[in-house]
Design a protein around this ligand. Structure first.
Ligand code: HEM
Length: 516
């Protein structure tokens, strides 16, 4: 007997639904298929592609010994001979060095998703041994969560606005300190600016505690050493199969000394906050927020005490030096270029009128030159000359070259900032070049990238630029500046000391004359 298939209305309905969904998803499925095929093709063809040019090195060390004490300068000289994309060999590790706008865009934007990790490095490994930080964390969920926490609770535009009083009070302390110190000779500008940024970071991170100043000062003192260590090229980082090298070179011992000082301070900070948050009602600071997140079921697995120590260390290490270094370089360039300083003084003095202090609200309009000076200073002297190293997560191709997975990646923003094909008279300090120009440092213009770009971009831009502009404006308003007797502008010592931030090696001492 013939069987007749009887379709229930429900069955017909489900079939239609299935066809409808299939139609809806077809474009997506096709896209996935195309992506898959393209990747297969790239993988197949990339094995035939050449590696980027490389300067010749020596067996075992490769190019490591050639980097010298100022690697950003050496790498620029190498790039002049070998091109804007190089694959150098640092011990056992291949390292990609990019030195042009197009190559930087490729790494920081077009292929940012695969260049978004950080390599394992000895200094952060030893320093954050019982937790993790943000800046050196490998790409992944932990990094995503802790970066979000730092952005949301400390570095967002809203939070930065809420610290306005702290900035105002601390800039007033800076100018008072200079007024008092200047009667007895040249002022230690470097020291004064370092205290400024240290105090600001301490207040917003650690809150109002009787111990806060001591904590902040101790942390910053020892972290100076850590940040120099973290920026240097250590042989141990480039021979992963020889872990004893770091011990032999004395690096482990030096980091351990930093750890032994910082760790008990951080323990004390956490314990004091934990005790007090139960006891009294006072203004909430960043450490309080991190502690409260330990009780949030979604965050609890990410925020151990070790993580809190890592995040707080990051804020001090990444925030203090980089910010004061920008103001210091700006002051050094202004004193070397008296006409430029005069222009800036004229601008801020005209905006101030009869006021003796400038507030942030005063700087909103009519201060284009101040903003141009800040940009010009970071073009010539980006604190992180090679950014913070990235690690390539999968093999890729750039400009027809094959880049191997795991390549440690350096973007030479210092060299890009001085590239004569982009900048006229690149070594001159000329803030005018930014007047009427849309180029800025917020991650869209790769010719000016002192904060990096893409996923690993610095989250502290707003936090630091508000400090830089307010401090610089008041230093220009409230004082006249000159070099100590006997020093000529052209003789000024502008030699750099390389580290995770690159500073003026000899520091900056200037003669200040108060105007009020
Ligand atoms: C003028 C001041 C500053 C400069 C020039 C600067 C520069 C940088 C650079 C170049 C990076 C690496 C970006 C990349 O890999 O693409 C970075 C990362 C970072 N910066 Fe800053 N920074 C400054 C201020 C600050 C401040 C004030 C804070 C916090 C208080 C901060 C926190 C961080 C953190 C947490 C990271 C790691 C981001 C990540 O890996 O996802 N920075 N900064």
């Amino acid at each position: 007997m013939e069987t007749v298939a009887v379709h229930s209305p429900l069955h017909l309905h489900l079939t239609h639904l299935f066809l409808f969904l299939l139609l809806l998803l077809l474009p997506l499925l096709l896209r996935v298929l195309l992506l898959f095929l393209r990747r297969q093709r790239t993988a197949a063809s990339s094995t035939r592609l050449p590696l980027p040019p490389s300067p010749s090195g020596i067996p075992i060390l490769g190019n490591l010994h050639q980097l010298g004490s100022l690697p950003h300068r050496t790498l620029r000289a190498m790039a002049a001979r070998h091109g804007p994309i190089m694959l150098i060999q640092l011990g056992q590790v291949p390292a990609l060095v990019v030195s042009s706008v197009d190559m930087a865009r490729e790494v920081l934007k077009e292929q940012d998703h695969i260049f978004a990790s950080r390599p394992p490095l000895k200094v952060p490994d030893l320093l954050f041994r019982d937790g993790g930080d943000v800046a050196f964390a490998p790409y992944g969920n932990y990094w995503r969560q802790v970066k979000k926490v730092s952005l949301l609770h400390l570095l967002s535009a809203k939070m930065v606005r809420s610290f306005g009083t702290v900035r105002r009070e601390e800039v007033a302390c800076l100018t008072d300190e200079i007024s008092q110190a200047c009667s007895s000779g040249p002022v230690d500008v470097t020291g004064a600016l370092k205290s400024l940024t240290n105090h600001i970071i301490s207040r917003v991170t650690l809150g109002s505690s009787s111990k806060r100043e001591a904590w902040g000062r101790q942390i910053v003192d020892v972290l100076g050493e850590a940040s120099m260590l973290a920026g240097a090229f250590h042989t141990g980082d480039y021979f992963p199969s020889l872990p004893w090298l770091s011990r032999l070179s004395g690096l482990e011992e030096r980091v351990k000394r930093v750890f032994d000082v910082v760790d008990p301070i951080l323990d004390d900070i956490i314990e004091t906050h934990r005790r007090r948050s139960r006891e009294d009602e006072r203004e909430t600071d960043f450490v309080d927020i991190l502690l409260s997140l330990q009780e949030d079921p979604e965050m609890t697995s990410f925020i151990s005490d070790g993580t809190i120590k890592g995040i707080v260390t990051d804020m001090f290490a990444a925030g203090t030096d980089s910010t004061h270094i920008v103001i210091e370089w700006a002051m050094a360039e202004l004193i070397r270029n008296p006409e430029t300083m005069k222009k800036l003084q004229d601008e801020v003095r005209s905006v101030a009128g009869s006021k003796q202090t400038l507030e942030e609200e005063d700087l909103v309009d009519g201060t284009d030159y101040l903003r141009a000076v800040t940009k010009e200073s970071m073009r010539l002297h980006p604190p992180g000359t090679l950014l913070v190293p990235r690690e390539l997560m999968e093999e890729t191709t750039i400009a027809g070259y094959r880049i191997p997975k795991g390549a440690r990646t350096f973007v030479n923003v210092w060299a890009i900032g001085r590239d004569p094909s982009i900048w006229e008279a690149p070594d001159d300090f000329r803030p005018e070049r930014f007047l009427g120009s849309s180029v800025d440092y917020r991650g869209q213009h790769f010719e000016l990238a002192p904060f990096g770009a893409g996923r690993r971009m610095c989250p502290g831009i707003g936090f630091s630029v508000t400090i830089i502009e307010l401090a610089l404006a008041n230093l220009m308003l409230q004082f006249d500046w000159k070099l100590p007797d006997g020093t000529k502008e052209e003789d000024m010592d502008m030699i750099e000391a390389f580290g995770i931030t690159t500073r003026i090696k000899s520091g900056l001492r200037l003669v200040a004359t108060p105007r009020f």
